[in-house]
Design a protein around this ligand. Structure first.
Ligand SMILES: [Zn+2]
Length: 261
């Protein structure tokens, strides 16, 4: 169990480095590891192993790695990311544009209920994942990093992501995932816009809101069924393991949902 051995070996230290390879920077780097976002018994392998150059953690680098793999070698494509102000967006934009200047890359953030979807605010495009302003079948690839747990009506968001994908397109996404849960559960419901808490409030970091983003859902295996019900022809989880790149946990997963060609 490499995870437990690593955790045990370094449990007296606050932070350390492990030499690895960043697929985004395409070079060997000392990956940064510490106890943030952990219970201090097991490192949070998903959120740490941060590359000092691109600042992406293991989860984000894996996603960028898979997106680059999917896009590589194809002609001009259109890509949409559910983010725009993050290091992930900037690094992936730079990497994909360098390889193919003709590629189209759009991103957006959710800026609040008072904003108009599709409008630009201080160079940031506002979109509501539940009701996006993009055309039908506009994108070849849609990329979402830990977004859907923050969307009140996640089925509506999945229908929208399928709608904006071209036939044969794919959505590549990560979600906080409870591998032992068959059924997803809601942490919060909205009643006329007001939150009704079913579980204790939980927030994740938000690049455009210092108060963070409220978590509405704890997802289990039925998320794959949600994808199929939303119109995707298939949806599956990829379990990824590559210690050199810092993808170490056996629960280190990324999801793919495809639209029928
Ligand atoms: Zn890097």
């Amino acid at each position: 169990m490499i995870m437990e051995n690593i955790s045990r070996a370094f449990c007296q230290r606050e932070s350390w480095q492990m030499l690895g390879y960043c697929a985004v920077c395409e070079q060997a780097v000392p990956l940064q590891v510490d106890w943030h976002y952990s219970d201090r018994r097991m490192i949070n392998f998903r959120e740490r192993f941060v590359c000092p150059l691109c600042e992406l953690n293991a989860r984000q680098r894996l996603c960028a790695d898979i997106v680059s793999f999917v896009v590589r070698g194809r002609s001009a494509q259109a890509i949409y990311l559910y983010e725009q102000t993050t290091p992930f967006y900037r690094k992936l934009y730079h990497q994909l544009k360098q390889r193919n200047a003709a590629i189209s890359i759009k991103g957006s953030e959710y800026l609040g209920m008072d904003k108009i979807a599709g409008q630009i605010y201080n160079d940031i495009r506002h979109e509501d994942a539940q009701n996006m302003t993009f055309s039908d079948e506009q994108f070849d690839v849609v990329v979402s990093n830990d977004v859907f747990e923050h969307v009140p009506d996640v089925q509506a968001a999945l229908r929208e992501s399928c709608r904006v994908l071209k036939r044969g397109g794919v959505m590549i996404f990560s979600i906080p995932f409870y591998v032992g849960h068959d059924i997803s559960s809601q942490r919060v419901k909205l009643d006329e816009g007001k939150p009704i808490f079913i579980k204790s409030p939980m927030y994740h970091g938000n690049p455009v809101d210092e108060n963070g983003s409220l978590v509405f859902h704890d997802f289990g295996w039925d998320f794959l069924k949600f994808c199929r019900e939303a119109g995707f022809s298939d949806a599956y989880m990829m379990d990824c393991y590559d210690p050199l790149k810092g993808y170490i946990s056996e629960l280190f997963s990324l999801f793919i949902a495809g639209k029928q060609s």
